[in-house]
Write a protein that binds this ligand. Structure first.
Ligand SMILES: *Cc1c(COP(=O)(O)O)cnc(C)c1O
Length: 373
């Protein structure tokens, strides 16, 4: 198609590379069983009540979803003690990130601010929207310098993105620091939105200590993002949501594609929200597994960063192989983890907390890998 020419910002993009899938690895290494600890999915799978809801509603597949997903918005509003007018649901929180940028930032005029490295969707969607991306490096220990971030903000800045807890490090800023960032931003740049991505906040030992959203303090210039992909175990259905100022939520509904949250995602989420046993088991499994994995890796001499999320970032002991060789050795043993090359961290690795058996298998494979060096 010689006459089809994309916009220059698209021409320079590469397609998003997700963690490898189980089927790909099974085929490549002829393995009967593969463990995936690469994409921060729920180690217990999907809630049984959500699965049942999907089966029960299979007969509705020919219907369009209800416009505006009001039942789901009401349930989420109740969960967070806000009004349904403050909730927007999307096809993953990825869709809401894209939506917020498109609503607030004009191509060639406006800028967005985020850390480097950070969740890749913020800068990528910003770039697609033609928005200038301003980034400040994380501190050496992967903590956040909010003052330096603020220093990048000027009249052109429409959005500031912060991930709490952060991906891929697991670092979490205290909630009072995020509250202060919101205040400072409101003072210096009244037209700028702070987006606090709390995709992993419910895995913290004390959620209210890290989450400004659960603390009940909702600054007027701030949008909070949550997702059903991690602790709720519904990554494949694609469902995320935002808690935002009502005016902004209304703009989101104007700009969002009408049916981006499908019927099965909506029914599964409503059911998952009632499945307190599954949720409790998930949080316990993750918190217990996180301790086990980080102690196990440290015992082997690895450097492990403290994490409030359902994954750990780590570094091999010096002189004991490269991150790539470790990743490949684990693949051959049927375990998929995440090398962090794409985050510009070629020597760091990230492992998602698995089930008890998965965590044990991972530690055993690591032991074997390090013993061979
Ligand atoms: C996984 C993740 C999300 C969730 O994305 P979905 O589109 O809801 O699956 C959002 N933010 C961060 C930082 C993540 O790691």
């Amino acid at each position: 198609m010689p006459h089809i020419v994309p916009r220059p910002c698209i021409d320079s993009l590469k397609a998003y590379v997700p963690g490898l899938s189980i089927a790909e690895i099974q085929e490549k290494y002829a393995l009967p069983q593969v463990i995936k600890m690469a994409s921060n999915e729920n180690p217990l799978g999907a809630s049984p009540l959500a699965q049942e809801a999907v089966r029960r509603h299979a007969g509705s597949l020919f219907r369009y979803p209800q416009g505006g997903n009001p039942r789901l918005c009401t349930a989420l509003a109740q969960r967070h003690g806000v009004s349904p007018e403050q909730i927007v649901v999307g096809n993953g929180s990825d869709e809401i990130i894209d939506l917020l940028i498109r609503i607030l930032a004009e191509a060639g005029q406006h800028s967005l601010v985020c850390f480097e490295p950070c969740f890749s969707i913020y800068p990528i969607q910003g770039k697609i929207c033609g928005v200038e991306i301003r980034r400040h490096p994380l501190n050496e220990d992967f903590s956040f310098d909010f003052d330096a971030l603020l220093a990048l903000v000027d009249e052109s800045t429409r959005l500031v993105f912060v991930t709490a807890p952060d991906n891929p490090s697991g670092y979490c800023p205290p909630r009072h620091a995020v509250a202060r960032l919101a205040e400072e931003l409101a003072r210096r740049a009244p037209g700028c939105l702070l987006v606090v991505d709390e995709a992993y906040a419910d895995f913290a030992e004390d959620e209210s200590a890290v989450s400004l959203l659960t603390a009940g303090t909702l600054p007027e210039n701030t949008a909070f993002l949550r997702t059903f992909s991690k602790s709720w175990g519904l990554a494949g259905l694609r469902l995320g949501y935002a808690v935002l100022p009502p005016r902004l939520a209304e703009y989101c509904w104007r700009a969002r594609l009408p049916f981006s949250v499908n019927i099965l995602a909506e029914e599964a989420a409503l059911a998952a929200l009632t499945d307190t046993a599954f949720r409790q088991a998930t949080l316990e499994t993750v918190i217990e597994g996180r301790t086990l994995l980080s102690e196990g890796l440290r015992d082997m001499g690895c450097t492990v960063w403290p994490s409030a999320a359902n994954f750990l970032m780590f570094h091999l002991p010096h002189g004991r192989g490269t991150a790539q060789s470790c990743f490949e050795a684990l693949l051959a043993a049927g375990i998929i983890i995440r090398p962090l090359k794409s985050y510009n961290l070629p020597e760091h690795l990230r492992v998602s907390v698995g089930s008890r058996e998965e965590n044990r298998a991972f530690l055993a494979a690591m032991q074997t890998f390090l013993a061979s060096r």
